[in-house]
Design a binder for this molecule. Structure first.
Ligand code: FMN
Length: 257
């Protein structure tokens, strides 16, 4: 029998579906067309096929990059870490129609293996794509790219993102001017064939709840400690709080997709 929604569930506008899907790594998409290069941050991006390797990005039709990708039939995904956090936001506040973003930021580049689009030096991984198909959807174009080369910084990515150091984790976009990096690794365990899956899984829910509760308690203790230090007039290392997962908000959310 179908149950009514639980009381804590609230309805929201349909436009928020995109924000719910958001949280994958941000890419700085570089393009080159008729002697000009450009770069824009993109969060609407997905893998489509393994053989052949296909990925897709959705670009709003009025963006300068849309015209460049449509004409040059190529783009590169450059995956930034937190060192480029403020660059990402700045690059999204400009259009290549009005300004040379490479000149404005002095970001260093290097040559791609297959494309004329430049690759960004200070990123963690790079994917070169040739456009296979362009599909209009609403106010965006979906560019389907055949992956023709992948490059990685092995400190950041091996077969998967390694997440070993703070500056070697990809950036994830939440909307506005808010980003995150992945907190750490969680390894999922399957129930054994001999075990009743619903019982084992529900025990594991309890286990995970316990672990998140412990983490929250540790963070609260840390905040108390920092507040005591502030009261005592000591110098406070805010890095301890952010390292524990606490977000210290910043102002000015500009528009994004
Ligand atoms: C983190 C982030 C992600 C974004 N993702 C997208 C996206 O997926 N598609 C898109 O069309 N615009 C996206 N935007 C907005 C563009 O990056 C922005 O409008 C940019 O200035 C367009 O540059 P251009 O006119 O030079 O192409 C995003 C903005 C931010 C801050």
């Amino acid at each position: 029998m179908l149950e009514l929604p639980p009381p804590e569930v609230e309805r929201r506008p349909v436009t928020l579906a995109a924000r719910l899907l958001q949280g994958g790594p941000v890419a700085l998409v570089t393009t080159a067309d008729r002697g000009n290069a450009n770069v824009l941050p993109v969060a609407w991006m997905m893998p489509l096929s393994t053989r052949p390797p296909l990925v897709a990005i959705a670009i709003e039709q009025s963006r300068h990059s849309a015209e460049m990708i449509s004409h040059s039939e190529q783009f590169a995904l450059n995956f930034p870490g937190r060192t480029l956090l403020h660059h990402v936001q700045y690059l999204a506040s400009l259009s290549g129609k009005d300004i040379d973003k490479f000149e404005a930021t002095q970001l260093e580049t290097f040559v791609a293996a297959h494309l004329s689009a430049p690759l960004l030096r200070d990123c963690l991984a790079w994917v070169e794509c040739e456009v296979q198909k362009v599909l209009p959807f609403g106010d965006h174009f979906l560019y389907v790219g055949l992956v023709v080369a992948v490059h990685v910084d092995p400190q950041a990515f091996d077969e998967q993102w390694l997440l070993e150091s703070d500056d070697a984790r990809p950036l994830h976009f939440l909307g506005g001017n808010r980003y995150s990096t992945l907190d750490g690794l969680l390894e999922a365990r399957l129930p054994r064939a001999s075990e009743a899956p619903e019982r084992v899984l529900s025990e594991r829910v309890q286990e995970e709840l316990e672990l998140t509760r412990e983490a929250r308690e540790r963070r609260e203790e840390l905040i108390d400690e920092v507040l005591r230090d502030v009261d005592a007039g000591k110098v406070v290392d805010l890095g301890r709080l952010t390292a524990s997962g606490l977000v210290i908000p910043t102002p000015n959310p500009p528009d994004a997709s």
